[in-house]
Design a protein around this ligand. Structure first.
Ligand code: TRP
Length: 373
């Protein structure tokens, strides 16, 4: 069985079915062309349709082309260290900020995982908020144009807006949108109102109606479906969104649709893992599409489409030509599983070496990013 909610992703994800079920639109070639007009160098996550769906992205471009500036909004509910899967939507967000030179509002709802899980205290989520902020800053977002909102710290400005949202959402809407039962705690029932707030808070603060674009992994869509219904009733633009697939866990596609840090440290590469750990995790745990023996592999070739190392490279290797060559060499049996893994290890470790350096530097810059009321 496949389950996809903002709190749980299990099973094989059928993205075509999701498009229908969620009612999002596919990002088609025409829309990609339109993005290309604004940036000659399309991000590989767009080119490869890893960002595969959207709501109202055309509206955002219409507005932008008319000179009505939009802002970006995304977020992370602190619950543990950041892993590579978390970075995917943030990488695209960074690219969008560079291309359109717009503000980014980044939410850290430090109450979310506290409310939805039994094993986290607010003190722990606070610690992870700090750790997660380092990863966001390390990606290179623009200081002065990037604003962190931490729910418990910015409650003074956020709560008032959340109230306006919450008054328009009934318990039965939340139940059907998120699959809640009567046993759900009332903090969790209210939570979606807090996640709605950053999609219009900049309009409140700048005292003008601004369009909002939210890059996020597809599991967050139920929140923004609710937000979109409510928000026009309180006088703001419905937020637009652009949605990506999940980076699979190392164990492969069907055991784990989304790379989750709760399904064990071995299914995951954390941004703080050292080079040795990365090497041994990939070698030990990355699901291989190769054949059982060397002879068979040379004769029959591997299957890159189910090979986690290859799939990870489609998220991380920017060079299309190189990726194609790997695909062919592996499929024809010229490249072995170990060689493919070595390419991924090298890619991850060179990325992480830089990332970890920027992450350390970020410690002294946190204050520049936290929104000052
Ligand atoms: N609910 C998200 C999580 O579990 C955090 C989040 C808050 C978010 N606002 C967002 C994610 C906007 C994407 C876009 O991590």
């Amino acid at each position: 069985m496949t389950t996809i909610t903002p709190w749980e992703v299990k099973g094989n994800v059928d993205y075509d079915k999701l498009i229908k079920e969620f009612g999002v639109s596919r990002i088609d070639d025409a829309l990609i062309k339109r993005l290309e007009r604004h940036s000659k160098n399309l991000h590989c996550l767009v080119r490869r349709k890893i960002f595969f769906a959207h709501r109202d992205l055309d509206f955002i471009l219409d507005q932008y082309e008319k000179g009505n500036e939009f802002f970006l909004y995304t977020g992370r509910a602190p619950s543990g260290n950041t892993h590579i899967g978390h970075l995917i939507p943030w990488m695209l967000t960074k690219w969008l900020q560079d291309v359109f030179d717009v503000e980014l509002w980044f939410q850290f709802p430090d109450e979310e995982k506290f409310l939805f899980r039994d094993d986290l205290t607010l003190e722990e989520t606070e610690k992870y908020t700090y750790e997660n902020m380092l990863d966001v800053i390390a990606l290179g977002f623009k200081p002065g144009k990037t604003f962190f909102l931490i729910d418990t710290k910015h409650a003074g400005i956020m709560y008032k807006e959340a109230l306006k949202v919450s008054k328009k959402i009934t318990f039965s809407t939340v139940k059907s949108s998120f699959g809640f039962t009567n046993e759900q705690n009332i903090g969790a029932i209210f939570y979606t109102a807090m996640q709605a707030v950053p999609s219009f808070l900049p309009s409140v603060l700048h005292k003008k109606k601004m369009p909002c674009l939210i890059p996020h992994a597809i599991d967050q869509d139920p929140h923004f479906r609710v937000t979109r219904d409510v928000i026009s009733k309180i006088g703001y633009y419905k937020p637009a969104s652009i949605q990506c697939r999940f980076l699979p866990g190392l164990g492969g596609m069907d055991s784990d649709g989304k790379m989750s840090s709760s399904s064990g440290d071995n299914a995951t590469i954390f941004t703080t893992d050292d080079a040795k750990t990365v090497k041994s995790k990939i070698n030990k745990y990355a699901f291989s599409g190769g054949q059982a023996t060397l002879e068979e592999h040379r004769k029959l070739g591997g299957n890159p489409d189910i090979d986690v190392s290859y799939i990870w490279l489609t998220f991380l290797e920017e060079d299309d030509r190189k990726l194609e060559e790997i695909y062919e060499a592996y499929r024809k049996g010229r490249m072995l599983s170990g060689e493919l893994k070595a390419l991924l290890i090298e890619k991850l470790n060179s990325f992480l070496a830089k990332h970890q350096q920027s992450r350390e530097k970020a410690r002294k810059n946190i204050d520049k990013f936290i929104f000052k009321v």
